[in-house]
Design a protein around this ligand. Structure first.
Ligand SMILES: Cc1cc2nc3c(=O)[nH]c(=O)nc-3n(C[C@H](O)[C@H](O)[C@H](O)COP(=O)(O)OP(=O)(O)OC[C@H]3O[C@@H](n4cnc5c(N)ncnc54)[C@H](O)[C@@H]3O)c2cc1C
Length: 494
């Protein structure tokens, strides 16, 4: 029987999306919803991207609560389920919890992969699998991707190519070791001494996975573990176990503040020479394995050659608030790479664009922005009858605001006939814009780590910021808040 021809043959499309991980699939879903004609191509042979392989020790760090006080088909449930992709249709919502065995409220890698693949399947998202983007050029204002199957010419390209290309820190000899992506099954480290370079997510994940197997584990980097910052990170849920053992004086697990002078390879393993950073002294360690957990980068192909500006030591693209390259027009990024639009990061609180929970909302805002930029769609602006209760309701329940804290906001503006819903937008865009009087609600974090609902009012081009009093149950519907917000919103002219 002749095979079914793959979709999206090379040619002209309004938009081309590269990648079939959660970022690419979510973007394709919303582009279709907003009526944007587009092609999706991927080097992979199946959906789910990195979750077909990582996390290496098989357990996610983002939660899904299969049972919640709200139904799985509600918008509020997204707040309880940080892993499913988003959809308007009830049958496509909240697919990950249905695959969970409930051993943890953090899905396993395979449960996550199954949930994403089910989304692609049920939503009938089409992808040209086995097609690799190889190079890029401009043809007038069109972006042309040369791929293993031929050329794709588009008005805009969305790269959802992830951030899993190994990145090695500049440590002499580190290249002789393995990278996180090449780490073996934990049992292969039984009774071995393992030196892990890096004390962030992937380093602690490796150490935690090796605790029952390795003879000794060293976790090393120059800077001490920042326990106060980690207190707000999903990492602490499990991976701080090795740190806990070390901090309480347990033997065999060591969390070291050292600058590594060099790593030498010898017949039976490695010799690591390191100098203390927060203490005086020098260590010379003979170990069986060295693993670099020094991070990842976006596989940017030839984009830097044609002018892509990057951030984070060249690891991710520098992006505008709408996730467009600051230097290459029409080149957008989605998924984990959307972290290149940093937002305000006020008081040190970062966005959640590196995880599905955050970038699934970025994808919806991005798809709508592209639809409007290409004149495929103009935004619908529903009238708002009661501004105060609308914004308080959003502050109490909107998953976009609670996940993308201080990054996405809900906007209400003044239309021809009165107040209208301006939708969810990047907060950085709202604050930079001088476009009419408006108000925006955002959920933020203050200096002490408390979660603070915040209202911004833009009047005659001037922005004012108002922090509401935090509520322990995050309920902002009582009379106290109604009075507080009415007082704030009096600044908007009637
Ligand atoms: C170790 C680790 C653990 C993580 N744990 C979590 C977690 O618990 N929860 C969470 O939400 N996030 C986690 N993340 C973040 C994770 O990267 C994202 O949530 C998610 O996988 C990113 O999706 P993506 O679509 O951006 O990229 P990916 O899933 O990485 O998919 C990239 C896609 O791009 C395609 N591609 C790449 N290059 C090309 C090319 N040249 N041509 C064609 N196609 C190409 C690939 O084939 C693939 O389909 C983790 C990341 C790492 C590294």
């Amino acid at each position: 029987m002749a095979g079914v021809a793959p979709p999206f043959p090379p040619g002209d499309y309004d938009v081309t999306v590269v990648g079939s991980g959660p970022g690419g699939l979510q973007t394709s879903y919303w582009l279709r919803r907003f009526g944007v004609q587009h092609a999706v191509l991927s080097r992979d042979g199946a959906p789910a991207g990195m979750f077909q392989r990582f996390p290496i020790f098989q357990r996610l760090i983002t939660w899904t609560k299969p049972d919640a006080p709200v139904a799985r088909t509600t918008r509020e449930y997204e707040w309880y389920d940080h892993n499913s992709l988003l959809a308007d249709e009830p049958e496509l919502k909240a697919l990950v919890p249905g695959f969970m065995d409930r051993a943890f409220d953090l899905p396993s890698r395979s449960e996550m992969e199954a949930g994403i693949a089910a989304f692609a399947n049920k939503a009938a998202l089409r992808v040209r699998y086995g097609c690799t983007w190889e190079s890029t050029r401009y043809d007038g204002d069109r972006v042309v991707l040369a791929t293993t199957d031929g050329d794709y010419s588009s008005r805009a390209v969305v790269f959802a190519v992830g951030v899993t290309k190994p990145w090695f820190a500049a440590v002499p000899g580190l290249e002789h070791g393995a990278h996180y992506v090449d780490a073996m099954e934990p049992e292969r480290y039984a009774d071995r001494t393992v030196f892990i370079v890096g004390k962030r997510n992937s380093g602690f994940e490796l150490a935690q996975g090796l605790l029952p197997w390795a003879r000794s584990i060293f976790l090393a980097s120059p800077r001490p573990v920042q326990t106060s910052a980690l207190a707000l990170s999903p990492l602490r849920v499990r991976y701080l176990h090795p740190y806990d053992e070390y901090a309480r004086g347990g033997p065999g697990t060591y969390v070291l503040d050292v600058a590594i002078e060099r790593i030498d390879r010898h017949a039976n393993g490695f010799r690591v020479v390191a100098n203390g950073t927060t203490w005086d002294g020098r260590l010379v360690l003979d170990v069986d394995d060295v693993i670099a957990a020094t991070g990842f980068q976006t596989p940017m192909g030839d984009l830097p050659r044609i002018g892509l500006v990057t951030v984070n030591d060249g690891r991710v693209p520098a992006l505008t608030p709408f996730w467009e390259s600051v230097s290459l027009p029409g080149v957008y990024f989605a998924g984990n790479a959307s972290q290149g639009a940093k937002g305000l990061a006020k008081r040190g609180a970062g966005a959640s664009s590196t995880a599905v929970n955050g970038f699934r909302y970025n994808a919806r805002v991005l798809a709508q922005h592209i639809a409007e930029t290409l004149n495929v769609r103009t935004s619908e602006q529903a009238p708002i009858a009661d501004l105060g209760s609308f914004l308080l309701h959003e502050l109490s329940t909107a998953p976009e605001l609670w996940v993308q804290k201080g990054y996405l906001c809900r906007v209400v503006g003044r239309g021809r006939t009165g107040l209208v819903d301006g939708g969810v937008l990047p907060l950085a865009h709202f604050l930079d814009s001088r476009d009419g009087d408006a108000a925006a609600a955002s959920v933020e974090v203050d200096e002490r780590g408390a979660i603070v609902p915040t209202i911004y009012v833009r009047r005659a081009g001037e922005i004012s910021e108002h922090l509401l009093t935090p509520h322990p149950l995050h309920e902002y519907s009582s009379d106290v808040y109604t009075k507080e917000i009415e007082h704030v919103l009096r600044q908007l002219p009637a």
